[in-house]
Structure formats: structure tokens, C-alpha cells
Design a protein around this ligand. Structure first.
Ligand code: C2E
Ligand code: MG
Ligand code: MG
Length: 587
């Protein structure tokens, strides 16, 4: 037993260079207890001189350095420290050894092993004083925290970096933008919102793996083209490029153009060549009068405009256009309920036979009696209603109301009563149940079918041609009159016109405009003459729109036009005026 203890004591005594031999001999058992810890513990410990040399290190420490044997001592401590952390290390060392600083500091630094592997270490350095209380040595406890550090930075990356493209994510984009808008940070800032056109179909047809590869490649090109500006991935196929201290919108549009150019060459993916375009929305503003959210929204809105224009382009945000769209959107949202609330009215404009100025028909023109905005003309809401589908219920209301009024006139005037001409949107014509809606409106009101005319445009037949032609044939079979509205503005061929089962043509007002002067536009005059001849050859009645002067009316009559409509004969007015108007015209 005793022998073993003595040999262990010898072991502990001779295993290290410090304390020096003379001192080692006087070590007590308590001291030896600490030495055991020093030699066999798992924590790295180094003993350093006040000058910054390592005098001794325990086995745990040199194992941390990948060595089985202790290196040559003394050795400058700085040699073991990563260059980037050296300044921190030196400063902390000075603090510990200086008489008036703290006796102990803790820092995290990178240590570089002889094999160049970098180890993150938490170093706790403590000053050891001699018997006289003077600074003597520094003892540093060194803990390997590489694993903890790796975990931490992985976590950090996961919350800031997009996993696929390795670009900063939306959170970073927003944080950077807010920083740019902080007081005193930047005077102006700009944003490009980039969205890949048709990315869904890449995913759907080539698979998600190719989709991912594409996004990765796009990210790379954007980053190259953006130079110093921050590129982030903000969503599935959306990226944002943030620029600070811009000088104006031109800066940003130029950047957007560079981004588009960068995406232009085909991508080589999965053994094929893939051409990709993007839609870019551009916004740029002074930071003093804008908020970051506004800049982001503007770029997004402009991006949706770029998409709506077919993509493959950049569009600069335009506040006026945005305000107009916001107003239209408000209208659009209110539209379906406005039909139920009975906010629409019909006005009727006379259709007059040029030969004798008899009122043969009236066109029903819808008006919206808006509770806040007052009367709104169809130019502001018909197209919206068509796009949202609200036109179907609105159109049915117009149809029933027009038939109801026309039936009243018919009751008062008999066969002399005017037909009512109702505008029908292309959407309505091919919506299910339109034909039934027409026959129902006729039955319900008791209006004879030949007193109803439906005005369609060329677009009505452009979509589902077969279906549209079927509906038109059925209506004609039911004795309803059909007129082709705004004729001449589309591009229908003559052959096509022959196949349309219509009774009448309405020549678009823009041609009639040229006939208003004493010396009429010869081009417009010959177009109108040709259109009239063409219509008559096909046995169609011709109405001219926008007749505003006597000159126009007379000229149109000479050209053989049958009917006229316009200010000259009277603007659109309430239904109650119509019977009197007709009676006076017949006198
Ligand atoms: P439209 O069918 O070509 O109707 C003629 C338009 O010309 C009307 O405008 C009318 O007020 C206007 N007008 C009449 N006389 C003159 C004139 O002498 N000079 C000029 N410059 N214009 C004249 P409004 O009422 O604003 O209607 C515009 C368009 O809205 C209509 O064009 C029609 O396409 C559409 N619309 C009107 N009511 C309805 C409806 O109930 N349903 C559908 N689907 N569309 C409608
Ligand atoms: Mg019309
Ligand atoms: Mg028209």
C-alpha cells in the first residue's frame, strides 16, 4: 500500500515542470490532491507567466490540441490563438496580470491546433499571487465549447438563412429594411421584389428536385447581379433585393434591369436547358417620409402589375395608379351587394330612324346610384364586374328591369312602342342559364320577344365560339333581335360576320366622330360608307352611335345609315319619358 502511494506521489511530482523541482519537494498531500486533478482531470489547464508564455499545460489540454505529449515549454500563448481573436485575448491577458485589473476573466476564443483545426474554447484565466501578494502566474482553465458553438451557429443560421438557397430569409430582409429606415441610417432606400414567372409549372412538370435546383441557381445569379446589395429569399419563388442610399428610382430600375439580364441566359438543369423569366416590382423612396412596410407593399404591388402584363419585365411602382386601383377595388367589393340593395338604375337613350326621326328603339344604359359617390357611369364598373363575375347577377337585373319598362311602353303604345336594346357582356352570354334568363324575363314581363334587342360585341364570340354561336342561334330562334355593338373596333372578318345570326350593326362612335366637321375626315367617311354597304349586303340594319350634330345626322343619312343614336337626338333619360318621346317623334 505504502509503496504504491509513494510511487504515485513520485509520479505526480515528476510529471510536470511546474512548480519547479525545488518547490515540488515541499508539496503537501493537499497540494498533491490538486495535482491529481491537474494531471488526470478532463478540464484543460494551462499555467502562464506574466509575460504571456505558457509554462505548463496539463494532459487534458494538450489532448485538446491533438497531441499525446506535451509540447516544448515555455511557448508564447498567442501562438495558439486564432488571429481574429488575438486582440481580445491579449487585452484580457493584460487585464488579469495588471495589478489593478480584475484577477479573473472569462472569454470565448478560437484556438488553432498544430494540425490547423480550429477549436472554440472558453478560457477562464485567474491571476495567482506569490507569498508577498505580488502577481506571479496566470492559471487558465480551458474548456472545449466547439460543439456548443456549432449548435448555436447552426440554430442561428436556421432562423436567418433560407435552407435551400443559403440566402438570408424574409425575417432578415425585414430587419435590414427597418435598419435602413432608422433615423440617420440612410436617406433613401429601394426594393426589387422578384418573382419567377411560371415557377409552379416547373415544379409540376419537372418535379420538385429540379424546382429546387432552379431556385438555387436563380439565387446565385441574382446575387452576382446585385453586387453589394442584399439579396434575400422572401418566399417560395420570391426574392427581394434591398438597396440603401439610392439616388432615385433610376438607380433601382437599372438594378432591376441587371437582375433581368442575369436571368436571361438559359439554365442548364437536369440535363436540359431551361429558360426562365421573372416579374420585378420596383419601389424607391426617401426614408424620412416612408415606412418600411410601405416600401415593401409598393414593390409587391408593382410586381403584380409586372405579372399582369405577362411577366418577363420590371415595373416601377406608381402611386397614382395604385390609388386608382384601390378606389376600383373598393367599388368592386361593394358591387355584388349593391345589386341586392337596388342601387342600380337604367337610363334609356333613343334610337332614331334617320329618314323620318321616328324613335324605333331605346338603349338601356345602366347607372350606379352610389350612396357615397353619387351616380357612377358604366365605364367605371362594367369591366370590374366582368372580371369578378358580378356582371352575371347585375346583367340579369338589367335584363329584367329593361323588359319590365319596355312592357309598360308596349302597354301604352302598342305596336308603335320602341324595342329596348340591352347590352350583354361576353361573360354573360356564355354563363350557364343565360338563354333561360332571357325567356324568363320576357314571360315574366309579357314583352313580345321582337321588342327586345340584345347588343353583343365581337369579343362575345371570341372565347368559346361554338357555345356563343349556339346561344345566339337559340335567341334568334326565340325572335329576340340581336345587334353587334361597337362594330369596327374589333377585327372580325367578313366571312365571320356572315355566320353571326345578328339583325343589326352599330358602327362605333369613333368613326362617326370624323364626320362632325364641314370637311369630314375622308377616311372615316369612306369607312362608314363601306360598313353601311357591307351591312346592307348582309341584310343588316345599321345604327350610328355618337351622333352629336345635325351635320353628322344628315351625312349619315346620305351614306345610307338607318338609325342614329347620340346627343343630337337626346341623351339617356328615365323610362317614364320614353312614351312621350315616341309619341312626339311619330307626329
Ligand atoms: P355602348 O353600348 O356603346 O353605349 C353607348 C355609350 O355612348 C353610352 O355610354 C352612351 O351614354 C354614350 N353616348 C351616347 N350618345 C353619345 C354621344 O352623342 N357622344 C358620345 N361621345 N357618347 C355618347 P355609357 O352609358 O357610359 O355606356 C358605356 C358602355 O357601357 C356602353 O357602351 C356599354 O358597352 C356599357 N354598358 C352600359 N350599360 C350596360 C349594361 O347594362 N350591361 C353591360 N354589359 N354593359 C353596359
Ligand atoms: Mg351598346
Ligand atoms: Mg356602342
Amino acid at each position: 500500500m505504502r509503496e504504491r502511494a509513494e510511487s504515485e506521489r513520485q509520479d505526480l511530482l515528476t510529471a510536470t515542470r511546474w512548480p519547479p523541482e525545488d518547490l515540488q519537494r515541499v508539496l503537501t498531500d493537499g497540494d498533491l490532491h490538486y495535482r491529481a486533478l491537474y494531471l488526470r482531470g478532463r478540464v484543460g489547464i494551462a499555467v502562464g507567466s506574466l509575460a504571456g508564455d505558457v509554462i505548463d499545460a496539463n494532459p487534458a489540454l494538450y489532448r485538446l490540441f491533438g497531441a499525446d505529449d506535451p509540447p516544448e515549454f515555455p511557448h508564447a500563448a498567442a501562438d495558439f490563438v486564432h488571429p481574429d481573436d488575438l486582440a481580445t485575448f491579449v487585452e484580457s491577458y493584460h487585464q488579469v496580470v495588471s495589478a489593478d485589473g480584475p484577477d479573473s476573466v472569462e472569454i470565448d476564443v478560437r484556438l488553432v491546433r498544430p494540425d490547423r483545426i480550429v477549436v472554440w474554447a472558453r478560457v477562464n484565466a485567474t491571476l495567482v499571487r506569490n507569498d508577498r501578494g505580488e502577481p506571479d502566474r496566470v492559471v487558465a482553465v480551458v474548456q472545449d465549447i466547439s460543439e456548443r458553438h456549432r449548435l448555436h451557429s447552426r440554430l442561428e443560421r436556421a432562423t436567418t438563412l433560407d435552407r435551400l438557397t443559403r440566402l438570408p430569409n424574409r425575417g432578415v430582409a425585414e430587419a435590414q429594411l427597418r435598419q435602413a429606415f432608422a433615423p440617420g441610417a440612410a436617406r433613401r432606400a429601394g426594393l426589387c421584389a422578384v418573382d419567377i414567372d411560371g415557377f409552379r409549372s416547373v415544379n409540376d412538370t419537372l418535379g420538385h428536385a429540379v424546382g429546387d435546383e432552379l431556385l438555387f441557381a436563380v439565387a446565385g445569379r441574382l446575387q452576382m447581379a446585385a453586387g453589394d446589395h442584399l439579396v434575400t429569399r422572401t418566399g417560395g419563388d420570391e426574392f427581394a433585393v434591398l438597396a440603401v442610399d439610392t439616388t432615385g428610382a433610376d438607380d433601382m430600375t437599372a438594378l432591376a434591369d441587371r437582375l433581368l439580364d442575369a436571368l436571361a441566359p438559359p439554365f442548364q438543369l437536369a440535363g436540359r436547358s431551361l429558360t426562365v423569366t421573372a416579374s420585378i416590382g420596383v419601389s424607391e423612396a426617401p426614408t424620412a417620409t416612408t415606412v418600411p412596410e410601405e416600401l415593401m407593399r409598393s414593390a409587391d404591388v408593382a410586381m403584380s402589375w409586372a405579372k399582369a402584363q405577362g411577366g418577363g419585365r420590371r415595373v416601377l411602382f406608381d402611386p397614382e395608379r395604385d390609388a386608382g386601383e384601390a378606389a376600383r377595388f373598393t367599388l368592386l367589393a361593394a358591387l355584388p351587394e349593391a345589386v341586392d340593395r337596388g342601387e342600380f338604375r337604367l337610363a334609356f337613350q333613343p334610337l332614331v330612324r334617320l329618314r323620318d326621326e321616328h324613335v324605333l328603339g331605346t338603349e338601356a344604359l345602366v347607372r350606379w346610384q352610389h350612396p357615397v359617390e353619387g351616380v357612377i357611369g358604366p365605364g367605371r364598373f362594367i369591366e370590374l364586374a366582368e372580371r369578378s363575375g358580378a356582371i352575371v347577377s347585375l346583367g340579369r337585373w338589367v335584363l329584367r328591369e329593361a323588359c319590365r319598362q319596355a312592357a309598360c311602353w308596349h302597354e301604352q303604345l302598342g305596336e308603335a312602342s320602341p324595342y329596348v336594346s340591352v347590352n350583354v357582356s361576353p361573360v354573360q352570354l356564355v354563363a350557364p342559364g343565360w338563354f333561360e334568363a332571357v325567356t324568363d324575363a320576357l314571360t315574366e314581363s309579357g314583352l313580345p320577344p321582337h321588342k327586345l334587342q340584345l347588343e353583343i360585341t365581337e369579343q362575345a364570340v371570341l372565347g368559346d365560339e361554338a357555345l356563343a354561336l349556339d346561344v345566339l342561334a337559340a335567341l334568334r330562334g326565340a325572335q329576340v333581335r340581336l345587334a353587334l355593338d361597337d362594330f369596327g373596333t374589333g377585327w372580325s372578318s367578313l366571312a365571320w360576320l356572315r355566320r353571326l345570326p345578328v339583325h343589326a350593326l352599330k358602327i362605333d362612335g369613333s368613326f362617326i366622330d370624323g364626320l362632325r366637321h364641314t370637311a369630314p375626315d375622308p377616311m372615316d367617311e369612306s369607312i362608314v360608307r363601306a360598313l353601311v354597304e357591307l351591312a346592307h349586303a348582309l341584310d343588316l340594319e345599321v345604327t350610328a352611335e355618337w351622333v352629336e350634330t345635325r351635320t353628322q345626322a344628315e351625312r349619315l343619312e346620305r351614306l345610307g345609315c338607318d338609325l342614329g343614336q347620340g346627343r343630337w337626338f337626346g341623351d339617356a333619360g328615365p323610362a317614364a319619358w320614353v312614351p312621350d318621346l315616341v309619341r312626339r317623334s311619330l307626329r
